[in-house]
Design a protein around this ligand. Structure first.
Ligand code: NAP
Length: 360
């Protein structure tokens, strides 16, 4: 018997929604996951966020090839319903979360430093195959079996739906803020793009006592950003006068924009030694204006999600400071409309699917 068919004999039935082709239209889909192993937990998925990366994957796979049928979803929260005999961190009934990854080699230098997210053999939650050759399918589905190392505890005081986006959007901004030293009270942080990632960057930065300026293409977001998110300043990216006035004022900038755009105006906003950190993933690579970088000893860096230890730290920080996403909870049956609206930037600031009440 082949390895694949042996694995398929030991599976559980799962119901979810999948894109079947590059139209990106999602529809109901039945599939299998492995049975709960000694190191695994099974999660009854209650909510799953919709990340901009899901939108790219369902449509064209331009970040990496999409295998159809494709079940998106990597901002997963739910209730633990089974634990393997080697699992001590979780018990049945706990609130657990899973983000963008479900596996890594465990032995490379990155894994040894709690940087599983940079392991060359890292496995994405909804892409590729697991070690048993079963396909990985994401969280737009009723249950997930996952190695407990790749799950975190969700603090009990946080509302579950609004916590789901922390698992990807949250850690993707928290990790670079910590790593690049952009987390100190009194520092001035610019946040470019007020979407899922951007609004959580604002919330973490405000919880850390930072001054925050949002740089946005959307005038309609200004009032709420100031009055509800508490941003200190809001610059429209086409307002040359205000950009000019803000030149040289920021210690760092987190760029979360999903579309091609120029980096030059952002580099000009930085102080000497300032850091521009790219976390958005536009399909077209930006041009790098090196002379303005050299003349201010400025740095351009990047960052992708975060390691598991740091993801638990981020969840605990969020629990302590009540940081959650502003979400619009939708029924699974409205998923295709939600994707259309996300493509137009019509959401404040994250769609989250009410998976538990999905009609089966
Ligand atoms: P999102 O909710 O759609 O937010 C993206 C924001 O970018 C929008 O709200 C908008 O903000 C701005 N934007 C969109 N189109 C633009 C355009 N044509 N010109 C200028 N600005 C535009 O997306 P998200 O889920 O936050 O994800 C943001 C990016 O991060 C995506 O590329 C995603 O793939 C990537 N991502 C990276 C990581 C990582 O680990 N590095 C993790 C998850 C996602 P304004 O309206 O304020 O301009």
């Amino acid at each position: 018997m082949s390895k694949a068919s042996a694995a398929e004999e030991q599976t559980v039935n799962v119901y979810g929604w999948a894109a079947k082709d590059s139209s990106g239209i999602l529809s109901p889909f039945h599939f299998s996951r492995r049975v709960n192993g000694d190191n695994d937990i099974t999660i009854k998925i209650l909510y799953c966020g919709i990340c901009h990366t899901d939108l790219v994957f369902v449509k064209d796979g331009s970040l990496m090839p999409t295998n159809y049928p494709f079940v998106p979803g990597h901002e997963i929260v739910g209730e633990v319903t089974n634990v393997g005999c080697n699992v001590t961190k979780f018990k049945i009934g706990d609130r657990a979360g899973v983000g963008a990854m479900v596996g890594s080699c465990g032995s490379c230098n990155n894994c040894k430093q709690d940087l599983e997210n940079y392991c060359p053999k890292m496995l994405w939650t909804s892409v590729g195959e697991y070690y048993d050759d079963l396909r990985n399918f994401g969280g737009f589905s009723d249950k997930l079996v996952v190695d407990h190392h790749f799950a975190v505890l969700v603090p009990n005081n946080l509302p579950l739906a609004a916590s789901a986006p922390l698992l990807c959007a949250g850690i993707s901004v928290y990790s670079p803020m910590m790593h690049y030293g952009l987390s100190n009270a009194g520092q001035h942080l610019g946040v470019v793009g007020l979407g899922g990632l951007g609004h959580l960057a604002v919330k973490f930065a405000k919880a850390l006592g930072m001054k925050v300026t949002v740089i946005s293409t959307s005038p309609g977001k200004q009032k709420e950003a100031v009055e509800q998110l508490g941003v200190d300043d809001f610059l429209l990216s086409h307002d040359q006068d205000k950009l000019q006035a803000a030149m040289g004022t920021m210690d760092g900038i987190l760029d979360t924009v999903s579309a091609p755009h120029s980096l030059l105006p952002l580099i000009e906003l930085l102080k000497t030694d300032g850091k521009l950190i790219l976390v958005g993933a536009p399909i077209k690579a930006p041009e790098l204006p090196h002379i303005p970088l050299m003349l201010g000893r400025k740095i351009v860096g990047g960052s992708a999600v975060g390691g598991m230890k740091e993801t638990q730290e981020m969840m605990d920080f969020a629990g302590k400071h009540n940081v959650t996403a502003d979400v619009e909870v939708i029924a699974m049956e409205h998923i295709n409309t939600a994707f259309e609206r996300l493509a137009k930037g019509d959401v404040k600031y994250r769609f989250v699917i009410d998976v538990a009440n999905m009609l089966i």
